[in-house]
Design a protein around this ligand. Structure first.
Ligand SMILES: C[S@@+](CC[C@H](N)C(=O)[O-])C[C@H]1O[C@@H](n2cnc3c(N)ncnc32)[C@H](O)[C@@H]1O
Length: 290
């Protein structure tokens, strides 16, 4: 049976091959944090695996019944582990399920690392995380920013309680609040950086107010192209911001932004606004007009 250290090293080695330079590239603090935080300590004994079996149901992985498979899943770079379905209405005690209304998960290690790569906080900076989940990404962030500098907000009270307990057990001084993260967390503002592990359709105004001018917001944003995109934004201190999209991924949305409105309401170009050119040598380019 592979040891946890071996599985963690293998996971890091694989993430090192992703992207042009590997997601840990030039972020030695992140590599250290990944080795310092046991992901298994934040993973519930029972989780759903988001890959349907032949009968169409998502299987449950139980640490007590399949310890090695469970641990391999914990350190699978591209595998998210589902910890809540339909806001808790589907119970894990009832076993595999056909429901795909995932409402909380441990995001896959590669995505957690990629997002923190872009957040890249400095030691001592004040960070606000939206979407605590089980607390794993909070632990990695706290390894970097140090005691008392991370505030994390989780909308589901029972998840916030579990994460707070896990983080305290590990000795972290992190402010964990059960609240709607769309409002940020005013009492701890201003923040140097904000990371959301729940996607948005519209950037919440509270985030733009609570992050310092020239600070950084990293969040997934829904796109009309079927996938979400990771986005960075620099607030201007007056309630506005500028930024860009970084890469594609998929994320559950902020509870208050689950329902999609028309794309134009969120400022997206209409599909006819994209121009397509194909050159005789087969190069295809798609871009917005102008
Ligand atoms: C992908 S999971 C969290 C991943 C986690 N940070 C990790 O370490 O893997 C997204 C979380 O965002 C939470 N969430 C959704 N809407 C929220 C909101 N309005 N405010 C705060 N948390 C929210 C969900 O309950 C869920 O736990």
């Amino acid at each position: 049976m592979a040891t946890v250290v071996e599985l963690r090293e293998k996971c890091v080695a694989e993430i090192d091959t992703y992207g042009r330079l590997g997601y840990f590239n030039d972020r030695p603090w992140l590599r250290r944090a990944f080795f310092a935080v046991p992901r298994e300590d934040y993973t519930p004994t029972r989780v759903w695996v988001p890959k349907r079996e032949e009968d169409g149901r998502y299987p449950v992985l139980d640490r007590r019944e399949q310890p090695e498979t469970w641990l391999r899943a914990v350190y699978s770079p591209r595998l998210a582990l589902i910890t809540q379905i339909a806001d808790g209405a589907v119970r894990i005690e009832d076993g595999p399920t056909v429901s795909s209304v995932f409402t909380s998960s441990l995001s896959c290690p590669a995505v957690v690392v990629d997002m923190l790569h872009y957040l890249n906080p400095a030691p001592g900076e004040r960070v606000l995380e939206i979407g605590t989940g089980a607390g794993y990404s909070a632990a990695l962030t706290a390894e970097r920013v140090g005691p008392g500098n991370l505030t994390t907000v989780e909308v589901q009270h029972e998840l916030a309680d579990l994460a707070r307990a896990s983080l305290q057990r590990a000795g972290y001084d992190i402010h964990v609040h059960a609240a709607d993260g769309e409002q940020g967390w005013e009492a701890g503002a201003p923040y140097d950086r904000l990371i959301s592990t729940a996607g948005v359709r519209q950037v919440p105004a509270a985030w733009l107010r609570q992050v310092k001018a020239g600070g950084l917001i990293i969040t997934p944003i829904a796109t009309p192209m079927n996938r979400d995109a990771l986005m960075w934004l620099r607030p201007d201190g007056e309630g506005g911001a500028r930024g860009a999209l970084i890469t594609d991924l998929s994320f559950m949305k902020l509870t208050s932004q689950r329902e999609a409105g028309p794309w134009r309401e969120y400022g997206w170009p209409r599909l006819p606004d994209y121009e397509v050119t194909v050159t005789p040598d087969g190069e295809q380019r798609i871009r917005t007009h102008g």
